[in-house]
Design a protein around this ligand. Sequence first.
Ligand SMILES: NC(=O)c1ccc[n+]([C@@H]2O[C@H](COP(=O)([O-])OP(=O)(O)OC[C@H]3O[C@@H](n4cnc5c(N)ncnc54)[C@H](O)[C@@H]3O)[C@@H](O)[C@H]2O)c1
Length: 438
Amino acid sequence: MGVIGVGYVGLVTAVCIAHLGHRVVCLDVDEAKVAALEAGRVPIYEPGLEDLMAGAAARLSFTTSYDELCRQARILFIAVDTPPSPSGDADLSRVQAVVREVRRHDGERLLVMKSTVPVGTGDRITAELEAAGHPGLGYVSNPEFLREGAAVDDVLHPDRIVIGAYREADGDEVAALFADIETTVVRTTVPTAEMIKYASNAFLATKISFINEIANVCEAVGADVRAVADGMGLDHRIGPHFLQAGIGYGGSCFPKDVQALKQLAGNSGYHFQLLNAVIEVNHLQKRRVVGKLKDRLGALRGRHVALLGLTFKPHTDDMREAASIVLAARLRDEGARVSAYDPMVPPGSRDDLFPGIEIARTALEALDGADAAVLVTEWPELVGLDWAVVRDRMRGRHVIDGRNVLDAARVAAAGLVVTGIGTADQPAGEPVASDDVR
Ligand SMILES: NC(=O)c1ccc[n+]([C@@H]2O[C@H](COP(=O)([O-])OP(=O)(O)OC[C@H]3O[C@@H](n4cnc5c(N)ncnc54)[C@H](O)[C@@H]3O)[C@@H](O)[C@H]2O)c1
């Protein structure tokens, strides 16, 4: 087996398939990444991946050479990135580059598309291969649903495996690779498999924007969105997941996939009205935090705001489309002094994303003398801070809980004022000494 593109999806897929007992050759164009992997180093942070890779090392090899890949592997998983293009469509240039490279090699092979690609991509690639006189290449769509931060578990214990194929036998071959995984296998056509991926991500993003709008209305009418979400989630038709109000979704998938589906619909002559609202609500949600800070501090010029957490969610080092990027830039534009801490972002490492922002070595260092703090990413280390110590380090008293995860009563007992999303402010209680707060 081969895996082309060993990023968050490709590497986890390769390691998990090797763990299941298959031999896997991994190819990437990033020479530094391949060198690190050859030396046994995992270039991304994904819980559990390093151990699983060490255990399966004998069945894994890494290369930058398509000759070597094609000599050794017949089933080729494609897991290259498909970022947004300026038009909002998915940029398929990397997928096309892979197909061009594989085409140069004779022999029967099966391309298995794990990258998220617009509906119609499989049809287009197979038509191009046939036109170029390369009938030896089969094509299967096998979209990936893993979540960064829980990727290993998601690949080994998925909710479902979707396999879209043109030829039954090709689909059977991919299904056989995952035979040891107990789950529902959805066998369908290639376009339907492609659409299942986009529709799933767009629906999850819709749930987030929906609960965020409910949260905003809760603030206006005095209801508590956390209790509302609990009450809604008990309804089996709704379910409890993705009803956590906060400062909006980010990451490498939701923003680009929602945009790409909207664009795909538009290109096909359909105006996908609902997705426009989902996208707009998500943009505005990040900015509402700035409004909350202004309500509490007045003008932000010269004020010191500490951002707790920068990655787009906890348990990953992925910064793509993180809410922190927008937030930091807005605060800086308002004239605030911004400090920040994230367990995955060392000082000086991301000046490209956070120009003018002081990245601290510890949370307390970032909080030193701050007028307000914003919990941006719910890393356990940040949720579990000793808030009495935080109070002593800060100049002001305001904590904005951007993820609605803090135990507001506990934080308030330390003498801080907690503002959530869609909840009433928790006023500061009697300040207590640091070691009285557990
Ligand atoms: N990250 C996620 O949580 C997630 C979840 C489900 C689906 N997906 C989809 O999976 C795909 C990959 O996402 P990712 O987050 O793993 O991306 P990534 O950026 O982490 O990894 C992509 C890798 O492909 C390599 N690459 C680029 N062009 C190449 C080429 N021509 N030949 C060989 N290698 C090449 C890059 O060097 C990189 O290592 C995307 O389509 C994404 O939408 C991602």
